[in-house]
Design a protein around this ligand. Structure first.
Ligand code: ADP
Length: 437
């Protein structure tokens, strides 16, 4: 037993836990830093590492949207194609059909032409399938394009790719208008469609959130990456000279998002394997970056069997570590817990930072929950695989929001998840934009 050097393993975990601590004081610093950086990002181009990209969208869906719209949602792990039928009254989505295609690593690192042709082809197959015999090539359809990478918008329906994130690396797409790239690929295939709205997934989520509930003012997506959007007053967007701040910010997304959490756990386990032999001597897989994906990490974390059977299975099947004693499996779960708890609490602080920026965190003394005798609700649309599918992450996040803002304010802060929000919401925006033209 002593041969395994448990003490050293436990010490690594204890040190790690200490380094990951997120006291309420620390969280409040993150809240403040987030609000400061948001202001700096609005004040000048490059004024903050928080980009504060503009959407050009000046009104959110109000329920009057009507008609049939297509929507494409390109995320980091999948391409989703949707067809949405809108009834003309709030929350009247008559029908929506969805199809999802995984994005292969090959496409993520190939050429712009290959990526956009794949998107156009997937869309074309979907249109032919759902329209069946009604299918006609002369009908011009309206398309919403949800493109969840940093884009400098030129208008509501066009924008230039600034850089790739979340594992994508297609050099020749950078600097191009992604809506035009898509339209070219569609026209090559004889697909008669026009991009009416080009939006980020957070903007789509906010649009759907607002369609259901007019108190929705912000949206947060925590999936492979992390991003948020909110409604800002035009006069607050200064984007002029001066004011350069760089406090905090850096590395924030990497401590929170699905792309990284599994790998943080892997690194800690690797370290433990170096100082002890609690995983035996066959822990070579732990040295390989990204060998432990976040959903598997989550499954170990959420293993509620008394002998942690699922942890043993994942270690064996995915990391080739055999016969891990129960005590070592408990250490694995504890590391998952430390990483996830920190991520969720930091994400919560980021969300409260947005609330602070728009004066809804209660710190201004006005929004103590009541204005003119009436509760002032703030709804935040929430989306993304990490938040939606990882219950312990979601619980830690929700708890931390209450801890930071206090019970009273928290009663009026609603975190609301909407399935397929980004895709359906983008279709709603396309609908409201095309009816305004
Ligand atoms: P996108 O890849 O566009 O962000 P999603 O919002 O669906 O799309 O997020 C997918 C990410 O969410 C995955 O990369 C993964 O990190 C995380 N994820 C999905 N399911 C789970 C799960 N059950 N537990 C933990 N994380 C998950």
């Amino acid at each position: 037993r002593s041969r395994r050097r448990w003490g050293r393993a436990v010490e690594v975990v204890r040190e790690f836990e200490e380094g990951c601590s997120t006291s309420i004081g620390r969280l409040r610093q993150v809240v403040d830093a987030m609000a400061v950086e948001m202001n700096a990002g609005l004040a000048s181009e490059g004024g903050s590492k928080l980009k504060m990209l503009l959407t050009f969208i000046d009104s959110l869906p109000d329920g009057k949207e009507m008609g049939t719209y297509y929507s494409l949602d390109l995320g980091a792990t999948s391409l989703r194609v949707l067809r949405v039928e809108l009834g003309g009254t709030r929350s009247m989505i008559l029908r929506h059909q969805v199809e999802s295609q995984p994005i292969s690593p090959y496409l993520m690192t190939g050429t712009a032409e290959e990526l956009f042709d794949f998107i156009a082809m997937t869309l074309q197959n979907f249109v032919e399938k759902v329209e069946g015999l009604e299918h006609t090539t002369d009908l011009r359809r309206e398309l919403a394009f949800t493109f969840s990478f940093p884009v400098r918008q030129i208008s509501v329906s066009s924008g230039i790719l600034i850089r790739w994130t979340k594992g994508f690396a297609i050099e020749d797409a950078i600097g191009k208008d992604v809506a035009r790239c898509l339209e070219e690929a569609m026209s090559k295939r004889g697909l008669n469609m026009r991009v009416t709205a080009l939006v980020n997934d957070t903007v789509g989520s906010l649009a759907l959130g607002h369609y259901h509930d007019e108190d929705a003012v912000a949206a947060v997506v925590i999936g492979t990456g992390t991003n948020a959007c909110y409604v800002e007053r035009t006069e607050a967007i200064i984007k002029s000279q001066g004011l350069l701040t760089n406090s905090g910010g850096m590395g924030f997304e990497k401590m929170i998002s699905g792309m990284y959490l599994g790998d943080i756990v892997r690194r800690v386990l690797h370290r433990i394997a170096q100082v002890s032999d609690i995983f035996g001597d066959a822990a070579r897989c732990l040295a390989v970056p990204f060998m432990l994906r976040t959903p598997l990490m989550a499954a170990m974390h959420e293993d509620d069997s008394p002998d942690l059977r699922e942890v043993a299975r994942i270690l064996r099947e995915n990391l080739e570590i055999q016969d891990v004693p129960l005590r070592a499996r408990r250490i694995v779960v504890r590391v998952c817990d430390i990483v996830t708890r920190r991520a969720a609490r930091l994400a919560a602080a980021g969300i409260v930072g947005i609330l602070k920026k728009i004066g809804r965190d209660g710190s201004d003394g006005v929004s103590t929950g009541r204005t003119e005798g009436k509760s002032r609700r703030t709804v935040i649309a929430m989306e993304g695989g990490l938040y939606v599918s990882y219950a312990l992450f979601r619980e830690y996040l929700n708890e931390a929001v209450v801890e930071i803002v206090g019970e009273e304010i928290a009663q009026n802060v609603v975190l609301r998840t909407c399935e397929d929000g980004s895709g359906i919401g983008a279709a709603l925006l396309a609908a409201s934009l095309s009816s305004n033209q």
